[in-house]
Write a protein that binds this ligand. Structure first.
Ligand code: NAD
Length: 777
């Protein structure tokens, strides 16, 4: 079965977000809610929800135009719209009686064989289908999305005893490929995988912090980087999710969990937290939560709650000897002989033992549980991966010393790890106590699997080359934060030499890595060091080396396909601009942001953007419109907030591909590389017809207007003046003499080298490195 049209019922937080994400996948979707009690518009609730989606930050739509795919309606006048859809998602209030009543109303109108699923967080499937028709039971399942649906990768899916296997398979496949979700099959148990473990973990971490007298900052410093919740820790995470949501989830879990479940003993209402919720301190969406920014008195001061008094105080960055001594060694952290080590022991032992005790009750394998916690709670590693870091034998001893029963699965492991690599393949320990290969969904190719199974073809300090099969070579950045440097340029050179004419062992190159961010650009720290000691020839060589490398890639006799995800900024964006094809993950954020540090793109970025604007059929004729287009994008350092937006900004071309599921990105890129390699001719070198000083004057007039309105700072004028000079072809250009690609690159280089010597630019670079924000000088 194919999903061509969908409906979502319930236009609250989840329903509206799910509808937006259907639209992101290009699927027309009907969004229904109860009829409005007042006013003329009976569909005002769903319509209002769409308006709210358009204003929400982070944006639920990958492109504002996607809102047009969502048709609002109400459950009295528009029920007939359900007859056209292949899948109906129910996301109304968490109340079994209300849901049952809705199901009885939609069952007679829906199309034969259409699927109905509930987004319930806690109600068992058996309860939901009780009393419904046989056909309804066959077509019904649970699809549990996480908030916000566009950004959270986990989708828990549950089938019932009567659910058609083909319906389950079709929805799982659609969610994986079209919605980009990591689909995890769960058993029909309360809270499924992620909330079951996540809620217990949060409760345990809060209890332990209170009992051991830790501050929220101390607890987050331990749960954060060392345990793998780097961005928020546990209190920061509750602030993000909303403090007020926790009692609701707790209540419904307590209503459905087995009588002897350890969560019952762990559950505790903390008076300080109850008072925070009552006073509106519900987290980031409210007045603040465990942390808040206090703006009283003008300056922004970060404050944190004192867990013993419930009063806010200035937030302190804790310096914990345990954390700094242990580094990445989780066992050393848990062995540290102070109360922070005790905290680590208590939280790790209880949470991981709880998780281990739940297999096979909640899922068939440890792999599903780990995946659930990684994708649903943003843990860097799942519970079984964490147990492996501690060692299963050591962990069993920890349980004993903490007075917790050793989970049978851990007992059975008898010191063996839950994961091992055998013949280059990742294996996991099954509930039968044997090792089995971790099977990826059909068509998934992960660089991490390639890396487990082989040695790099070549590597240096900042990049590795990998054989990803069928004659395709992959370059992976390995530098800190994937910052670009001379070694990465050298890796390109090596790849070009290895692939040669593309007719030998290697046919094509893919540029890809599995980090959160593809690349945030050149290594600024290195650049600042060079600036401060005046290493001008070295800086110029880095610029020229980058230009040579990118140009060589562009004109190489074999295809280059880039497969980015996350941020691709500055030089990271320029790599993509030089590739024959970009296969972008839908969540790719591209931008030429050099102006923010007082520079212009000089690895060919100005030239490529000019070429794209000139080639765009929507650009009016004549040299100026293309120049103005490129000038606007680069001078405003525009960053696309999705791959779809990157197409609008011409960072991506109309023919570039978008992959919704990150795990499918490399396979898609490789397939495209092979397709291009079958009949490849490199692009010709371009020339540009540019107006020179006349055009530059026009752009400068425009800039002065900006300055007068206070929108451009004095150094913006200097930087954008240089940008205008480059894009108009320099001092000697006029429309009768085409400017070559080489000349354009020389102009980029010269402008860069001039800017880099100005104090305005040096101040910007320094400010960016120390604060992470652009300086408006
Ligand atoms: P919500 O309160 O934001 O929205 C519920 C919507 O249902 C509202 O728009 C309301 O008008 C509508 N509604 C109420 N009664 C109705 C009825 N009788 N018929 C039709 N519509 C009705 O709730 P939510 O947070 O979006 O949760 C919706 C579902 O998703 C629940 O089952 C919840 O457990 C689940 N869920 C929530 C989250 C979350 O983080 N909020 C995460 C995963 C799953």
């Amino acid at each position: 079965m194919q999903i061509k049209r969908a409906a979502v019922i319930g236009s609250g937080v989840m329903g509206s977000g799910i509808a937006a994400h259907f639209a992101n996948a290009g699927i027309p979707v009907v969004l229904l809610d109860i009829p409005a009690k007042e006013g003329d518009d009976r569909s005002a609730i769903a319509r209002g929800a769409i308006q709210k989606l358009l204003k929400a930050d982070p944006a639920p739509f990958m492109h504002p135009k996607n809102a047009k795919l969502v048709t609002p309606g109400n459950l009295e006048d528009d029920l007939a719209l359900l007859a056209d859809v292949d899948w109906i998602v129910e996301a109304i209030v968490e109340n079994p009686a209300v849901k049952a009543d809705l199901y009885r109303r939609i069952d007679p109108v829906r199309k034969d064989g259409s699927v109905v699923s509930s987004n319930t967080s806690t109600i068992p499937l058996g309860v939901l289908v009780d009393g419904q028709s046989d056909a309804f039971r066959r077509d019904f399942l649970i699809t549990h999305f996480f908030n916000p649906p566009r950004y959270m990768r986990l989708l828990e899916i549950v089938g019932g005893a009567a659910t058609r296997p083909d319906a389950l398979a079709a929805i799982a496949d659609f969610c994986d490929r079209s919605l980009g979700k990591g689909v995890v099959h769960c058993k029909d148990t309360p809270g499924f995988i992620a909330n079951r473990i996540g809620v217990y973990w949060i409760q345990t971490a809060i209890n332990a912090a209170v009992d051991l007298g830790l501050t929220v900052e101390e607890a987050d410093a331990i749960v954060g980087r060392p345990m793998g919740i780097p961005k928020t820790g546990v209190f920061g995470l509750v602030d993000l999710v909303g403090l007020d949501l926790m009692p609701h989830i707790a209540k419904s879990l307590l209503a459905t969990l087995p009588g002897n479940d350890p969560y019952r003993a762990a559950f505790r209402e903390h008076a300080v937290i109850a008072k925070m919720i009552a006073d509106g301190y519900t987290g980031r969406k409210g007045k603040g939560g465990f942390y808040r920014l206090n703006r009283a008195g003008g300056a922004k001061v970060k404050e944190a709650i004192d867990l013993s008094t419930g009063e806010y105080r200035r937030s302190e960055k804790p310096r914990l000897e345990s954390v700094s001594t242990a580094g990445r060694d989780l066992r050393a952290l848990a062995e540290f002989p102070d109360r922070t080590g005790q905290y680590a022991r208590r939280v790790l032992a209880r949470t991981l033992a709880y998780a281990a005790s739940l297999v096979p009750e909640i899922a068939d394998s440890v792999v599903a549980v780990d995946e659930g916690m990684r994708l649903g709670y943003n843990w860097k590693q799942g519970p079984f991966e964490l147990i492996d870091r501690l060692g299963t034998g050591w962990f069993a001893d920890l349980c004993r010393s903490e007075g917790i029963p050793v989970p049978p699965l851990v007992e059975q492991a008898a010191g063996r790890p839950f994961y091992r690599v055998e013949d280059g393949k990742l294996q996991h320990l099954t509930t039968a106590g044997l090792y089995d290969t971790v099977v990826r969904p059909d068509g998934v190719l992960l660089l991490s699997d390639v890396k487990r199974a082989s040695k790099p073809v070549w590597k240096n300090g900042s990049a590795s080359l990998w054989d990803i099969g069928d004659g395709v070579l992959c370059v992976e950045f390995t530098s800190k934060m994937n910052a670009l440097d001379g070694d990465i340029m050298a890796a390109y050179g090596k790849a070009i030499r290895l692939i040669g004419d593309g007719k030998g062992e290697w046919k094509a190159l893919v540029v890809h890595n599995e980090s959160d961010n593809f690349s945030v650009g050149a290594n600024l720290g290195l650049a600042l060091f060079a600036l401060n000691v005046g290493l001008w020839p070295q800086i110029e060589e880095l610029v020229e080396g980058g230009q040579r490398a990118y140009r060589a890639l562009k004109h190489a006799p074999f295809p280059v396909v880039a497969a980015p995800s996350g941020l691709a900024l500055g030089g990271g964006c320029e790599i993509l601009l030089h590739s024959d094809h970009v296969q972008a993950h839908a969540e790719t954020y591209m931008g030429l942001v050099e102006v923010g540090v007082g520079l212009i793109p000089a690895w060919g970025g100005c030239t490529e953007m000019l070429a794209r604007h000139a080639a765009n059929p929507k650009t009016p004729k004549g040299p100026m419109p293309a120049i103005a287009g490129a000038f606007e994008t680069i001078s405003l350092a525009k960053v696309a907030k999705s791959a779809a937006e990157a197409k609008d900004l011409l960072y991506l071309r109309p023919g570039d591909g978008i992959t919704m599921n990150r795990d499918r990105l490399l396979a898609d890129a490789k397939a495209k590389a092979l397709e291009l390699a079958a009949n490849y001719t490199p692009p010709e070198k371009a020339t540009y017809t540019l107006p020179g000083p006349n055009g530059r004057t026009a752009l400068e007039l425009f800039l002065e207007g900006f300055a007068l309105q206070g929108k451009a700072t004095p150094h913006d004028m200097v930087v954008c003046g240089k940008l205008a000079e480059v894009l108009t072809g320099g001092a000697k250009a006029d429309v009768t003499q085409p400017v070559t690609e080489d000349q354009m690159l020389a102009l980029e280089r010269a402008a860069f080298m001039e800017l880099v010597r100005t104090t305005g630019t040096i101040d910007r670079v320094e400010h960016m490195l120390t604060t992470g924000k652009p300086l408006r000088n």
